[in-house]
Design a protein around this ligand. Structure first.
Ligand SMILES: C[S@@+](CC[C@H](N)C(=O)[O-])C[C@H]1O[C@@H](n2cnc3c(N)ncnc32)[C@H](O)[C@@H]1O
Length: 227
């Protein structure tokens, strides 16, 4: 899968994309992530990417021209073929595991990170296929939301996680939260690991885990059960 990102802060990404699972996925060529500095597409000595909103109001907006140039340059003039352009915005569809799965099936995506008060509305009209939000709160820019999306997507790409089963039992897969897990020591200050987990009986362990998943979901996220 290829992921292009348009941002005014490419430097924010490297510490995250250069570590852990994403780093390994890039090394194994499971994912091709390319960062594009929007300022490269802006004109003038100061390479200005923002301006005041028409009609007044607080803050600045990201201008349409540099974004248009960036998207056209990255995707070609006929652009979009085979590539979905996603705008990170608090107004978008809330990202959940189902949406992450859909995105992970695409061959190529282009992420646009907003900043300031957001983007000129014509950006949406001209080339955005879908708007994505990571939650009902407002962040300073689209960089952290992009990284959240990339991280969630990358772990679903086949061959990225060491054990393919890791995804199967994870929270939200199958509509439930994950069951409680324990590691050594089996007794910590009198808190013992449930006996079934050290019984060696895998049918019983599976049954216990299914039951616990249901219990945890009912307690912490009953809304998931209604779905
Ligand atoms: C300060 S926000 C702009 C908020 C905008 N004025 C509004 O009220 O919808 C700046 C940028 O951060 C990003 N952003 C902020 N919160 C986000 C969220 N919850 N999900 C996705 N992107 C977000 C978007 O790219 C947005 O353009």
């Amino acid at each position: 899968m290829r992921i292009d990102v348009i941002t005014i802060f490419p430097g924010m990404f490297e510490p995250v994309l250069g570590e852990s699972i994403i780093k390994r996925a890039r090394r194994k060529r499971k994912i091709d992530i390319r960062l594009h500095d929007l300022r490269k597409y802006a004109q003038g000595k100061h390479r200005k990417v923002d301006d005041k909103p028409f009609g007044g109001g607080p803050g600045m907006l990201m201008k349409v021209e540099p974004l248009f140039k960036a998207v056209s340059d990255i995707l070609g003039v006929r652009k979009k073929k085979g590539c979905k352009v996603l705008l990170l915005t608090p107004q978008g569809k809330r990202l959940d595991q189902k949406k992450v799965r859909q995105i992970a099936e695409l061959k190529r995506i282009l992420l646009i990170c907003g900043h300031y008060e957001g983007v000129d509305e014509r950006v949406r009209k001209l080339f955005v296929d879908e708007e994505i939000s990571i939650g009902d709160y407002v962040l300073t820019g689209g960089e952290l939301p992009s990284m959240v999306l990339i991280d969630a997507v990358v772990r679903l790409i086949p061959g990225v996680l060491g054990d393919e089963n890791s995804n199967v039992s994870e929270s939200f897969e199958g509509g439930l939260l994950e069951y409680p897990q324990y590691t050594r020591p089996s007794d910590f200050r009198g808190l013992e690991v449930p006996k079934v987990l050290v019984s060696g009986d895998h049918n019983k362990i599976d049954e216990w885990r299914r039951h616990q998943s249901f219990k945890v979901t009912k307690k912490k996220r009953p809304d998931l059960l209604k779905k």
